[in-house]
Design a binder for this molecule. Structure first.
Ligand code: ZN
Length: 109
């Protein structure tokens, strides 16, 4: 989901767009897009463990969880909030095997 939509959806629910939270989550998107694997950026921050490490406030954590659930629902029409990188990696590999995902190779470096 693009930032405009993330901001709009977040404002509708949390009464503020929390733009900086979305920017933090998607910070490496441009780099991975350039390399041809845009979904690799999800592996860095799009799961609970990374979010909980960065943010302590329950409200901010909820905003970030909402971002991740929105991204996954928007891409796969499925509600899923991964606990950690491994769980997300397995999910994305499965989608790739099912032919539902391109632009992911799982190699971060
Ligand atoms: Zn995102």
């Amino acid at each position: 989901m693009n930032h405009e939509r993330h901001n709009k959806a977040t404002e509708a629910i949390f009464y503020s767009p929390y733009t900086e939270v979305h920017e933090w989550l998607d910070e490496t998107y441009g780099k991975w897009k350039k390399r041809g694997f845009p979904y690799n950026h999800w592996l860095l921050r799009h799961y609970k463990e990374a979010i909980d490490k960065k943010y302590e406030a329950p409200r901010i954590r909820a905003v970030a969880y909402f971002h991740v659930v929105s991204d996954i629902a928007g891409r796969f029409e499925e509600i899923f909030l991964p606990e950690n990188e491994e769980e997300l990696r397995l999910f994305l590999k499965q989608k790739e095997n099912e032919g539902k995902l391109k632009g992911f190779d799982g190699e971060l470096f």
